[in-house]
Design a protein around this ligand. Structure first.
Ligand code: PHE
Length: 343
């Protein structure tokens, strides 16, 4: 009997010191093992005792067994809960911690230029207007003073669709009359978007590219307004404090006069480099004063109102700015290309 008390104390002490499932398993074998477990040994030793003693010791032994089973079960629960706690601690997510993955995304360089260009016009109160990529012949050509069979149509090789004089727009200028038919002057809009031309592709030509169009119609709009507007715009877009703008006479059927727009080279600051071919100027787009025929087509009086229009391609600007030597990379869906621009 004394032994059993002793065994109980010892076992309890051992159990209390146990921290892991492995230790508990070893304990269970030590006490409950069939062959030489402590409890079985007690029961085996009963045979040498008198009947009275057997009864008493047997009872005590069973009590001890139940007691230890209960304690072991409790211990098992504690170990299990601890394990979960440790696991939770490991997997804890701190939603305020900076992301490990913040470097994987990046704006496409064309998106960057586009968003920046649009936001500069917005800061001047321009409305952002979008037109359809599948356009009809009227808005893309006729309404822009480019009649059928006029050689000017050949300036822009066109993807025609099989139905209803539909085409893929060749220029964002197609939004001009669309918008003016529905809105009275004074008006100022900016319209970015994708345009298409039937070209064979190479490092500097794609059959799709991005343009941004700007249109202002009001009283006494002049080339001086156009120039100051473009100087402000390009100084913001190219992040140079003073970009100079130069006009060269040119021909676009929907403007009169029409000009080619150059900006002072933003790479070499007009000292001469390969991009500006040592001229100090980079050609960026076309512009002019809206042709009276275009205003009249939109039912706006060309006597009372005048307008300015400007259009430029974004791809070339992005290529110069980011030193990209092949325009096709923009449309290649190649992640390695995009990743260069992630901040
Ligand atoms: N739409 C012309 C082009 O794609 C550019 C342009 C826009 C010229 C507005 C004059 C005025 O070439």
């Amino acid at each position: 009997m004394k032994d059993i008390e002793q065994i109980k104390k010892e076992a309890e002490k051992k159990l209390n010191a146990i921290n892991t499932q492995e230790e508990l398993d070893a304990f269970l074998i030590e006490y409950f093992g069939r062959k030489s477990g402590v409890l079985n040994n007690i029961l085996k030793s009963l045979k040498d005792l008198s009947i009275e003693e057997k009864k008493e010791v047997g009872k005590k032994a069973n009590q001890l067994k139940e007691f230890l089973q209960k304690k072991a079960e409790e211990k098992k629960q504690v170990i299990f809960q601890n394990k979960i706690k440790i696991q939770e601690e490991k997997e804890k997510i701190d939603i305020t911690a900076p992301s490990k993955y913040h470097k994987t995304g990046g704006l496409h360089p064309l998106d960057y230029i586009n968003q920046k260009a649009v936001s500069i016009f917005e800061s001047m109160g321009f409305e952002v207007v979008e037109g359809p990529e599948v356009e009809n012949e009227f808005y893309n050509f006729d309404a822009l003073n480019i009649p059928k069979h006029h050689p000017a149509r050949d300036m822009q090789d066109t993807f025609w669709l099989d139905v209803d004089s539909l085409l893929l727009r060749t220029q964002t200028s197609a939004v001009q009359v669309r918008y003016m038919q529905k809105n009275l002057p004074p008006l100022r809009i900016v319209s970015p978007g994708r345009v298409f031309r039937r070209e064979s592709t190479d490092a500097t030509h794609e059959m799709q590219f991005y343009q941004i169009e700007c249109l202002v119609v009001g009283k006494d709009i002049s080339l001086a307004n156009l120039k100051s507007l473009l100087e402000f715009f390009f100084s913001g877009l190219l992040e140079k404090s003073q970009v100079k703008v130069r006009f060269r006479p040119s021909y676009f059927p929907f403007v009169e006069p029409g000009v080619e727009v150059d900006v002072s080279c933003f790479l070499c600051r007009q000292k001469g480099c390969s991009v500006c071919k040592n001229t100090g100027w980079i050609e960026v787009g076309g512009a002019g004063l809206v042709h009276p025929n275009v205003l009249e087509t939109a039912k706006i009086s060309s006597r009372d109102f005048s307008g300015l229009a400007f259009g430029m391609g974004l791809d070339r600007i992005a290529m110069i700015k980011y030193n990209i030597d092949d325009v096709r990379l923009f449309y290649s869906s190649d992640l390695r290309f995009i990743k260069q621009f992630s901040k």
